[in-house]
Design a protein around this ligand. Sequence first.
Ligand code: WTA
Length: 695
Amino acid sequence: GASSDKLRHVESMSELPSGAGKISGINAVVLGESLAAEENDLIFPSSDFSANALVSSPKQYREMYERSIKNPAGFWSEIAETFYWKEKWNPAEVCSENLDVTKGPVQINWFKGGKTNICYNAVDRNIESGNGDKIAMYWEGNEPSQDGKLTYSELLEKVCQLANYLKSLGVGKGDAVIIYLPMLLELPIAMLACARIGAVHSVVFAGFSADSLAQRIVDCKPKLVITCNAVKRGVKPIFLKDIVDVALVESEKNGVSVGLCLTYENQSAMKREDTKWQPERDVWWQDVVTKFPTKCDVEWVDAEDPLFLLYTSGSTGKPKGVLHTSGGYMVYTATTFKYAFDYKPTDIYWCTADCGWITGHSYVTYGPLLNGATVLVFEGTPNYPDSGRCWDIVDKYNVTIFYTAPTLVRSLMRDGTEYVTRYSRKSLRVLGSVGEPINPSAWRWFYNIVGDSRCPISDTWWQTETGGFMITPLPGAWPQKPGSATFPFFGVQPVIVDEKGQEIEGECSGYLCIKKSWPGAFRTLYGDHERYETTYFKPFAGYYFTGDGCSRDKDGYHWLTGRVDDVINVSGHRIGTAEVESALVSHPQCAEAAVVGVEHEVKGQGIYAFVTLVDGVPYSEELRKSLIMTVRNQIGAFAAPDKIHWAPGLPKTRSGKIMRRILRKIAARQLDELGDISTLAEPAVVDQLIALSDC
Ligand code: WTA
């Protein structure tokens, strides 16, 4: 029972992974009181779970971890050998890993000289090992009555047909392809087809607006755009093809014309007759792709050839094209998937993320398929037809691993436990969380209610840039603390540094950096290697800077505390405050805007915008709506401000810098914590802002 498990593990507490080392004092500001109380709360995997786990004790982890740090080349080569390589990498060059800009350019390489193909490894290799008839993907549509499935052999045929079609268009190695699709099986199929022929996919989340899509098209100049006519999310239809139409006109104006839009007819959402069509540019997927052969040779690519570009938000207005390459990313996503979820070949795995984000790249498509897993792809939304949908799906497919985001947990928690307990969920074995820190109360609800206090939760901390998990529980290896991502994955050396970039040891808090490279690391920002070095490697020389704050407790557990830069995290989606600001100021009546994140019960953070209007323009409800509309149109609905706060002026230093610290406090209504405002050019603006708080 639970209590004897506890006893068994208490003994092993002394052998927790990375002993706390020297205690250097607690930074009470970051650590916070509630966190200090949580710190001693340990939740143990059952002895049964541990006994059957890939890594079943702190000791086993520590041995593997130490080896991965002492000899990264040996550790990762051994794993890489389990994949298929057309040509082996040069053993003397497994990794080149200078992360210190002061010592020369940061040019990360793994398995240099090796030739492989991730599509081959994720699909063909499973068929060759006898799993051709295993289900690769289940598909659950928006309506509970719609579903589908593909075996690995069927998946290969679909991928090959599309790959052949792309080849017939002259798309080849190094060419960019933009994919703007919802969660249909055609989305991972399109990613794999690109990978098969060496083309570089750039998936744009189908919630982005035409303007955002155009911006990405202009940046990477794709040979074609792949989309579908429409999708239904709950009861709401979204006309994706119309959005692409607008984006293509917009890109054309900016000098990039795309001559082909391959459109999948998503019949359950919209008939082809109703779709606006430009015959000289648009082609129906179903009319052309199905005519191509179901076999297609693989293009063998260099380990360091680009695999995909994924745009993400940073602290300036322009999204960054994060570039991942083939070999290291393949090895890393597969390995992290396997260990963090304690993957077994009989698992049915469901990740609720959209392939438009990194989680969908690494842990819907590549990581699981590279392990030969059965993956569920869900087109709809978790609260349609009602808030029990997730558990209905879990029971329908006997899902064993369920990976989601804290925002979803919190929203379902608010809807009530009866939606959960109505379903059996007995198939569940492992739960996962990603995207933002999971607050301990949401963690507990997830653990106790969804998982019936039986399933360990892997709270995986990582980023678009890291390619795969960096700090994560290995679910059978050690007790968890609700809200902590626990310990580093193999090969990852997290360090916490202070303002000056000095590493701090033991119990501490500060900025999270990573020392030494790992195979899944991004290699550059597309077309802007200088920005890559400046953003990530210059803030703290010698390290990769994550942009996150972190504390480490006395047992060595890591607690992520959120972004320390001008990026906010809304429902697990990264949004740059500068992007929202630049959308707002493009409104003709907006003179200036400053955006900060504010705590939000369900979304984690909400978007709070201070807006100064052009002289003489009065505040109005209509204007508020029109400002919000501008952001929806320029970025997407998910970036719409939750609050517009009218601001006659913004608090600025004498040199004109906006003091966001003060704005954050006003937004959070922490008026007694404004701190020193005497350095402001006009301290009176603070009172004006406070007076307008509830307008
Ligand atoms: C945050 C998503 C705490 C963090 C995979 C990071 C998390 C940013 C966690 C990256 C977690 C992600 N605990 N914070 N388990 N996972 N984050 O690029 O602030 O969309 O820097 O990648 O999300 O967001 P991104």
